[in-house]
Design a binder for this molecule. Structure first.
Ligand code: NAP
Length: 519
């Protein structure tokens, strides 16, 4: 088990890139990096307006409150410097002489740099030889030969940065990192490459770059130092840390990592939960197939597609046709799919009704006999419709693609509507409405699936969207006098079920509520 109290259990460093127009701003950012918890800073000298002087280099290195990495990136390698090479390499040499702890020299320039310095280098200064590919991530074979080439230059530390076109590209970065003979800094850039940065300690990376705040990135996909430390428990990640994550597209908005990582940490469970921006579920599951990848929460748009890739599916999830939780059995590596969405949503709606004085029906549920309108026919829609039907409600499905509404209504034994019909649908008062589409989700917070006028017929309105907590639909429903139930309640309910399956331990319900109360 990793330690639980924030003490570091790995050697991977956190390096804050410092980009600013002026030396004074750089110094301010260095202090922020230190107070945020960085181990070292990368002085991106090329970000200074105009060309910095050797006096500036001295000031930055001597006044820095943390160990330094000096980088003077030229335009031809993705940086900002567009002057001549001799001046640039001379500046890197000066940084070395003024006491920089690391210097970064591009693979293409390293021979020239060594000619300039005749190989002289203070022992305390480590030479990082770097290569950047902003287009893609090459094959494993090409990456291995690139690492070998960099190593053969006499680099103390190898650095390779590639672009993740697909999340499966990161697996190759992990492979070269784990097998490198020399210390290595490796990452796949972009949102699809995020796990290459978060899981760097698992594979023994020398450092990972993280910013002092959003907007301070020196390359696409860098997390903030605060996220690394507070959300992803970076200091506690070790080689045998199990990886869990949320598979979706988009997925960056998900609060699941905040919830699970805090809960894992509270009991010293050696695992990390990450965002996984997945385009193709099949290739993702095929690529990340070791038992180290122990479980996946599934969200939009993969809940239905993932069913066919599970080795076994729980009967309830099978009848819903959607899986929101995949567990990899640790004894044989097989994937087991289940659905905790419907319990989360239905319990939240039942609790809301009971709290407002609605009595349970003869089947023990306040939903018995109620007319229950579900907007959406995707994974969450099916789960909510299935759950409400099981509690004795009469079901109506309204969906953008009418055909899907009709199919679901037929299976469940209900009625289908188009989204447009919903605005004039008013067969009785006291109905229940559940939005299970992403309409109204950030950033499209002004959107709503149904007119305010039509909301007057509903006694209770539930929205599965939980970013923002109060959507336009819920705000308008409340203004019309309906009881409202937020997606956050469903989120907490479905997360209890998943946590128990992931850890084999009871979910810390109070902690979940406390964490989510912040959002
Ligand atoms: P899904 O399987 O991809 O289904 C998406 C549904 O939304 C489909 O019915 C789709 O209609 C409809 N839709 C999407 N964009 C639309 C638009 N612009 N206009 C009208 N309809 C649109 O996704 P899901 O997994 O069910 O997730 C749906 C939503 O529920 C997401 O916002 C997700 O975050 C939320 N959710 C919340 C929780 C929670 O715990 N609170 C749990 C699960 C899901 P078509 O059939 O016409 O494509």
């Amino acid at each position: 088990m990793a330690e639980t109290d924030g003490v570091r259990t790995n050697i991977t460093l956190i390096c804050a890139p410092i980009m600013a127009d002026t030396v004074d701003h750089m110094l301010l950012h260095m202090n922020s990096a230190k107070s945020s918890g960085a181990d070292l800073v990368e002085i991106r000298f090329d970000s200074l307006k105009g060309f910095g002087t050797h006096e500036d280099i001295k000031t930055l290195i001597k006044s820095c409150p943390l160990p330094t990495l000096f980088t003077y990136r030229p335009k031809w390698e993705g940086g900002h410097y567009d002057g001549d090479e001799p001046s640039r390499l001379a500046a890197i040499r000066v940084a070395m002489e003024f006491g920089a702890d690391h210097i970064d020299v591009e693979l293409q320039a390293v021979d020239e740099f060594k000619n300039l310095t005749r190989g002289d280098k203070p022992t305390k200064c480590k030479l990082i030889v770097s290569s950047h590919n902003y287009q893609n991530t090459p094959s494993l074979e090409d990456l291995e030969s690139l690492v070998a080439r960099i190593q053969s230059t006499g680099a103390d530390i190898v650095k390779i940065a590639t672009m993740a076109v697909d999340i499966t590209d990161v697996a190759r970065i992990f492979q070269v990192t784990a097998h490198s003979q020399v210390p290595i800094i490796s990452m796949a850039m972009g949102e699809r490459g995020l796990i290459s940065r978060l899981l760097s300690p698992k594979f023994g990376g020398y450092l990972t770059f993280a910013t002092i705040g959003r907007g301070n990135e020196s390359a696409p996909g860098q997390p903030t130092i605060q996220d690394l430390l507070d959300v992803f428990n970076f200091r506690q990640i070790v080689p045998d840390t199990k990886v869990f994550g949320i598979i979706g597209k988009p997925v960056g908005h998900s609060k699941s990592p905040m919830l699970y990582n805090k809960a894992f940490r509270s009991i010293g469970f050696n695992a990390v939960f990450v965002h996984l921006l997945v385009d193709n579920v099949k290739s993702f599951l095929e690529t990340y197939s070791s038992t180290d990848y122990a479980g996946f929460t599934c969200t939009i748009p993969h809940k239905e597609a993932v069913v066919q890739f599970c080795d076994e599916v729980d009967p309830v999830a099978k009848s819903i046709g959607a899986v929101n939780c995949v567990i990899r059995r640790q004894d044989d590596g097989k994937l087991y799919g289940c659905n905790t969405d419907y319990v989360g949503a239905i319990t939240a709606i039942e609790d809301g009704l009971r709290a407002s004085g609605v009595q349970d029906g003869s089947n023990g549920s306040p939903l018995a006999g109620k007319l229950f309108v579900v907007i959406g026919a995707g994974g969450a829609g099916k789960a909510v419709a299935y759950g409400a039907k099981a509690k004795g409600a009469r079901i109506v499905i309204a969906n953008r693609t009418y055909e899907r509404a009709r199919e679901l209504a037929e299976i469940i034994g209900g009625k289908a509507l188009s989204l447009a019909d919903l605005n004039t649908y008013n067969p009785e008062d006291g109905m229940i409405l559940a939005n299970t589409t992403s309409i109204g989700m950030q950033p499209n917070i002004d959107e709503t699936p149904v007119s305010k006028e039509a909301l007057k017929s509903y006694a209770l309105v539930f929205d599965a969207v939980y970013t923002p907590k109060i959507t336009r639909l819920l705000r308008e429903a409340g203004e019309c006098g309906a009881l409202i139930v937020t997606g956050l309640e469903m989120f907490i309910g479905q997360a209890y079920g998943q946590y128990e399956r992931y850890t084999g331990l009871p979910a810390p319900k109070e902690l979940f509520r406390e964490i989510m109360a912040k959002y």
